[in-house]
Design a protein. Structure first.
Length: 432
């Protein structure tokens, strides 16, 4: 292929030697030639730049200013050079590259850890924003998720010097799952810990803080039967009349009385207030307004004997707010040990059969099943998921549903009298 120089030589031979194209352009268009040389020099300078480029941005005072653009970990970041002189802008970009990228990294890191540590705080704007697009979580779940992120995930990231959301890859999250399992956490618990991260990364991806949600590529850990720890419970005949006698530890007595006669969760017992106890159709119920699942929001039958003991405790202590709000895991453990002594069950048997305070829920279910309550309403009273037809059938806000709930509550009282209190007949239910 012929180049410009060859073409120019041919034309020079055909024309008068004194007159050449080059000389003609230089003499007739001197400014054009100068402009071409300026452009050529500028292009040569741009080619010599290493690791940055310059971008003109409008500016009210100066007309325009140059911004230095850098590439960092796959992201384009830019900084104001505060000048419209190209030589000064280039000098600024070269001399400050390291400082500016470090500054960006620090601010970016702080943003990631700020979001992680504040996402599940009370009244968090991040969580409120996410809940408008997805289902709300319970207060208990919020506290659990906040503790998981703060005490496990954040230290995990810092130990690996992870500084930004974009450094959190599916492989890293998989390593986090392995990290949890190495800490002797069961697969189901590890999955619950991992669940806390899914909302955070979904939010970050939706806001453009990271390019893609890494949680989408990481699945929950399979839970096998051998991973599920079987929880035991006391034999039905063991607890008959144990609550008819006085205990030295009144708190342990009341806690065990509640869980073994209502089947409530530990967290629900801790939130119980006197105002939550209702009287419907001559029967006492505990109105559970908050739970970890929508199915957990329910009415629970409360035997008149249990109600009287709770009312005596409330009246004697003058309690305002939760009746057992200060209870901790060790409080429940102590109550479980006290009950075992009353039932003449040794510490070795407790451990061998894995009988804990929470076993009271399992005992209640076993007891109701033995008494013929019916699995549908049994599940509904415990706060387990039931079909929509069952939920509608026992909706106490409906006249017919209320009648069914009252009838089932009376059946619960009779079963409690048979297996717990040892009474032949259920006592008349007093008012709350």
């Amino acid at each position: 292929m012929m180049n410009f120089q060859d073409a120019f030589s041919i034309l020079s031979k055909e024309q008068d030697p004194i007159i050449s194209i080059k000389g003609y352009i230089a003499s007739e268009f001197p400014n054009t030639l100068k402009a071409l040389r300026i452009i050529e020099n500028d292009c040569a300078k741009n080619k010599r730049r290493k690791g940055f480029s310059l971008e003109k941005v409008e500016n009210k005072k100066m007309g325009y200013v140059y911004y230095a653009r850098y590439s960092h970990q796959g992201r384009k970041i830019k900084f104001n050079t505060h000048t419209n002189a190209i030589e000064e802008a280039e000098k600024f970009a070269l001399e400050n590259k390291g400082r500016l990228i470090e500054q960006y990294t620090r601010s970016h890191d702080a943003k990631m850890y700020d979001i992680l540590e504040r996402f599940y705080k009370p009244n968090s704007d991040y969580l409120l924003c996410e809940e408008k697009r997805n289902h709300k979580i319970s207060e208990r779940s919020r506290k659990d998720y906040n503790a998981t992120v703060a005490n496990k995930f954040v230290p995990f990231l810092k130990a690996r010097n992870v500084k930004s959301f974009n450094e959190v890859t599916p492989n890293l999250l998989s390593d986090y799952q392995d990290f949890l399992l190495k800490g002797r956490v069961k697969p189901q618990t590890a999955n619950n810990n991992y669940k806390a991260l899914k909302r955070i990364f979904r939010y970050a991806a939706r806001k453009g803080i990271l390019k893609q949600d890494p949680c989408e590529s990481v699945h929950y850990i399979p839970v096998h039967k051998e991973d599920q720890e079987a929880r035991g419970c006391h034999e039905l005949e063991k607890l008959k009349s144990v609550f008819d006698r006085k205990w030295k530890d009144e708190l342990s007595y009341l806690l065990c009385l509640i869980i073994y006669t209502t089947g409530m969760r530990n967290s629900e017992i801790v939130r119980l207030e006197m105002d939550d106890i209702l009287k419907i159709g001559g029967c006492n119920f505990i109105d559970i307004k908050e739970s970890k699942t929508p199915s957990g929001i329910r009415l629970v039958p409360l035997h008149d004997f249990a109600y009287k003991k709770i009312h005596e405790h409330w009246n004697k202590k003058g309690i305002k707010g939760p009746l057992f709000g200060g209870c901790r895991p060790e409080t429940f453990a102590r109550a479980n040990e006290e009950l075992a002594k009353r039932a003449k069950v040794g510490e070795g048997q407790l451990k061998k059969e894995n009988i804990t305070f929470y076993s009271g829920r399992h005992f209640w279910k076993t007891m109701m099943n033995a008494g013929g309550l019916g699995e549908d309403i049994e599940e509904a009273f415990m706060g387990h998921a039931v079909s929509s037809n069952v939920a509608k059938l026992y909706n106490h806000r409906d006249k017919q549903g209320r009648g069914r709930v009252i009838a089932k509550a009376r059946q619960v009282y009779k079963i409690l009298d048979q297996y717990i209190f040892g009474h032949k007949k259920a006592p008349a239910q007093g008012g709350a």
